[in-house]
Design a protein around this ligand. Structure first.
Ligand code: NAD
Length: 372
C-alpha cells in the first residue's frame, strides 16, 4: 500500500461574496472526495477585510506561511466599502498583493471562454464569439508597474515630471514564455506573443527571448508575434484566431480585460497565478475568480458561483494534473446554463433566475449525472 501524502489546499474566502462562492467550491471539493476519491487536506484562513477585523492586518504571517506550504491556494475576493478609508498599507487588497508578491506568482492565466448558452451576452455578434476559448498569459511581477526609477518630481521651472520604467530581464521573459508554450502544448499548440518591439527596446528583447525559448525548447508549438495594439484590434475583430497569448504586465492588464469582456460576464471568469516550480516540480499557485467582493450583492445569496467553481477546475488541471475532474466541473457548469438556470448577473428573458445556493446545487446535480 502506498502512503501517498494528501495534497494541501488552503481556502481563503475573504470578503463580500467571497465566502458565499467559496462555500459552493467546498461543496464541489466534498463531492470530488466522495465520488472521485480525491482527498485534499483542506484548511481555511482569513484574508483581506476579514483578517483585518480579526487580526489587524490584511494577511498575517501565519496565513502567509500556510499559503507558501500549500500545494494550491483558492481565494474568494477581498475588499468592501467599510475598509475604503484605511491607509494604503492596511487596505484589504494589500493582503492579496502581499500573497502574490511573496509567492512570486509571475504568470497570470486568464482564460476567456464563451459558453454557447451565453453567446448572446457578449457585446460582439454571437458568430464572432461563439465557441471562443483563449488563454491570456500575463507577466505579473515585472515591467512598468515595478520598474525603477519611478516617481513624480518637481522640476526647476515649477512643472512636474512623472516617471515609470518598463524593464525586463531575459530570465523574466523566458520563464513566462515557457508557461505559455507548456499551456499551448495541452491546447491547440498556438502561441501569439504581443509586445511593441517597433517602438520599445524592452519589446524587442521580449520578442527575441520568446523566439529563442520557442526554437530551443518548444519547436512543435506554432509561434507568432504581434504588436500589442494590433492584438487589441484582432481580439475584437477575430478573437477565435488565438489560442494562447503571452504578453507583459501592462499590455496583459489591458488585453486580458478586453478578452474577458468578449465573454460578457464577470461572474463566469476564473484565473490562476503561478510561480516557479521547485526541484520536485511543486509550483506555488493561487486560483481566484476575476471578480471582486461585489458588496452591492454580498449576503443576498445572489452571486454567481461559476467563476469560483471554474477557478477550482483550473486548480485541478494545473496544480494537480486532474484534467478529467476539471472537465467534469466545466461540463457541469455548461449543462446548468444549457438547462436555462441563471444567476442575476447573466439573467436573460425566458430563463429561470436562481440564487447562489440553487446554482451550486444544480451544478452538483449535474456532477451526479455525469458520474452516474
Ligand atoms: P466587483 O467585481 O466586486 O463588482 C463589479 C460588479 O459586478 C458589481 O455590480 C457586482 O455585483 C457584479 N459582480 C461581481 N462578481 C459577481 C458575481 N460572482 N456574481 C454576480 N455579480 C457579480 O468590482 P468592484 O465593484 O469594482 O469592487 C468591489 C470591491 O471588490 C472593492 O473593494 C474592490 O477593491 C474589490 N475587488 C477585489 C478584487 C479581488 O479580490 N481580486 C478584484 C476586484 C475588486
Amino acid at each position: 500500500m502506498s502512503l501517498r501524502k494528501n495534497k494541501k489546499l488552503l481556502i481563503l474566502p475573504g470578503d463580500g461574496i467571497g465566502p458565499e462562492v467559496m462555500a459552493e467550491a467546498r461543496r464541489v471539493i466534498e463531492w470530488m472526495a466522495k465520488h472521485r476519491s480525491l482527498t485534499f487536506d483542506v484548511a481555511e484562513g482569513l484574508v483581506g477585510g476579514a483578517s483585518l477585523d480579526a487580526h489587524g492586518a490584511p494577511l498575517t504571517d501565519a496565513t502567509l506561511s500556510e499559503a507558501m506550504a500549500a500545494d494550491a491556494v483558492l481565494l474568494g475576493a477581498v475588499g468592501g466599502p467599510q475598509w475604503d478609508d484605511l491607509a494604503f498599507e492596511k487596505k484589504p487588497e494589500r493582503g492579496l498583493l502581499r500573497l502574490r508578491k511573496e509567492m512570486d506568482l509571475f504568470a497570470n492565466l486568464r482564460p476567456a471562454v464563451v459558453f454557447d448558452a451565453l453567446a448572446d451576452a457578449s457585446t460582439l455578434k454571437p458568430d464572432v464569439v461563439k465557441g471562443l476559448d483563449i488563454m491570456i498569459v500575463r507577466e505579473l511581477t515585472g515591467g512598468v508597474y515595478f520598474g525603477e526609477p519611478r516617481g513624480i518630481e518637481e522640476l526647476p521651472d515649477g512643472t512636474r515630471r512623472g516617471v515609470n520604467t518598463q524593464v525586463y530581464t531575459s530570465p523574466e521573459i523566458q520563464r513566462v514564455a515557457r508557461v505559455a508554450f507548456e499551456l499551448a502544448g495541452k491546447r491547440r499548440r498556438l502561441v501569439c506573443s504581443a509586445e511593441k518591439s517597433n517602438v520599445m527596446e524592452s519589446g524587442a528583447l521580449w520578442r527575441e527571448e520568446v523566439q529563442k525559448v520557442h526554437d530551443e525548447e518548444f519547436p512543435d508549438v506554432e509561434l507568432s508575434h504581434m504588436y500589442a495594439d494590433n492584438c487589441a484590434m484582432q481580439l475584437v475583430r477575430n478573437p477565435k484566431q488565438f489560442d494562447v497569448i503571452v504578453t507583459d504586465n501592462l499590455f496583459g492588464d489591458i488585453l486580458s480585460d478586453e478578452a474577458a469582456m468578449l465573454t460578457g460576464s464577470l461572474g463566469m471568469l476564473p484565473s490562476a497565478s503561478l510561480g516557479m516550480a521547485d526541484s520536485q516540480g511543486r509550483r506555488p499557485a493561487l486560483y481566484e475568480p476575476v471578480h471582486g467582493a461585489a458588496p452591492d450583492i454580498a449576503g443576498k445569496d445572489m452571486a454567481n458561483p461559476s467563476a469560483a467553481l471554474l477557478s477550482l477546475a483550473m486548480m485541478l488541471r494545473y496544480s494537480f494534473d486532474l484534467g478529467g475532474e476539471a472537465d467534469l466541473i466545466e461540463t457541469a457548469v455548461k449543462s446548468v446554463l444549457n438547462g436555462g438556470l441563471r444567476t442575476a448577473d447573466i439573467m436573460e428573458p425566458g430563463k429561470a433566475r436562481v440564487s447562489t445556493t440553487v446554482m451550486g446545487e444544480a451544478i452538483i446535480g449535474e456532477l451526479d449525472k455525469l458520474a452516474g
